[in-house]
Design a protein around this ligand. Structure first.
Ligand code: ADP
Ligand code: MG
Length: 298
């Protein structure tokens, strides 16, 4: 299976949100990484036919080698898709369980499949305790997990997840991340996020999107390799922190309260100070390298 996205362009009035987006996706987890406004949701809404592109095409190639335009495939393509939108419209008066049965019916699932999958998925996303509760009475994190649950329902070949961990606490983030990586086998999974740790260790490829343009599309280790030798741990005193921040791109500040020393994480091609030690670059470092001050505004 290959999902081929070719030259997808979309403007809202004079605002170019997506500029000739091109990628070929095969089974595996892909991260779509970029700050707010970079065009992630626009792409996802186009992939799921909730929004029309101005130009470009999307084709689906089956394992048998048959290639078709997804818009021409219509419902045959939509049946392969699971979509978790960024702002999912959930029905507040439905119970969790009823909503899942309703979504299963919309997806054309059999009663037997629904009876098997609904309790399994609700248990995986830790909503089995609140199956009878009205959606309107769920917490933000629970609603988020329900939105993921309905996307996964029907075991779709292609999962499109728009900011799946938004509003979750760290423990829930980890649990959702592990769940996504477990179910990703043999599927194309595209995850939009601006939270690097959510995808750092599960994505085969990371697509960096900056103002609607792909600036990178590569495995995480290839990206971090690009800034090898440019990440430093710099010990300094509290009163030197501001000066260092003015001179260098400081990506983290760790304070040791007992000794009163500060350890800065600095992105710089040259060694920033005598006492600086080289550190292994992380994907977060690379993100800050690409987006700089733009990233910190999120
Ligand atoms: N419905 C819309 N009408 C007008 N502009 C929009 C609309 N949706 C998104 N945009 C603009 O398109 C750009 C990309 O937005 P979006 O795809 O939501 O980015 P992201 O999901 O990465 O935050 C932004 O500049 C945003 O303001
Ligand atoms: Mg978005």
């Amino acid at each position: 299976m290959i999902l081929t996205i070719s030259g997808i362009t979309k403007s809202y009035g004079t605002n170019l949100a997506l500029d000739r987006f091109t990628a070929a996706l095969e089974p595996g987890i892909y991260a779509l990484l970029g700050p707010n406004g970079s065009g992630k949701s626009t792409l996802m809404n186009i992939l799921t036919d909730n929004l029309k592109a101005d130009s470009g095409s999307i084709t689906y190639t089956s394992d048998e080698g048959v290639t078709e335009d997804v818009l021409k495939m219509g419902v045959r393509f939509r049946e392969k898709l699971g979509f978790m939108p960024q702002y999912p419209g959930l029905y507040p008066n439905f119970s969790v369980e009823r909503f899942m049965w309703y979504m299963a019916a919309l997806k054309g699932m059999t009663k037997a499949d629904s009876m098997k999958q609904i309790p399994e998925i609700l248990s995986e996303v830790e909503l089995d305790d609140v199956m009878r509760r009205k959606i309107g009475a769920l917490s933000g994190g629970m609603k988020q997990r329900l939105a993921l649950a309905q996307a996964v329902l029907g075991d779709p070949e292609i999962l499109i997840l728009d900011e799946p961990t938004a509003g979750l606490d760290p423990k829930q983030r980890i649990s959702i991340r592990n769940y996504i990586s477990r179910i990703a086998f043999n599927k194309i999974v595209l995850i939009a996020t601006h939270v690097v740790p959510d995808i750092e260790f599960i994505a085969r490829d990371v697509i960096f999107l900056k103002k609607g343009v792909i600036v990178d599309n590569a495995p995480p280790h290839v990206l971090t390799e690009k800034i090898a030798g440019s990440v430093w741990i710099v010990p300094c005193a509290e009163d030197e922190v501001q000066g260092m921040q003015n001179r260098f791109r400081v990506t983290n500040i760790a304070r040791d309260e007992t000794t009163g020393t500060v350890l800065l994480r600095v992105l710089n091609e040259k060694k920033p100070s005598e006492g600086a030690g080289a550190a292994a670059p992380s994907l977060e470092d690379y993100y800050l390298h690409v987006f700089g001050d733009e990233a910190s505004r999120n």
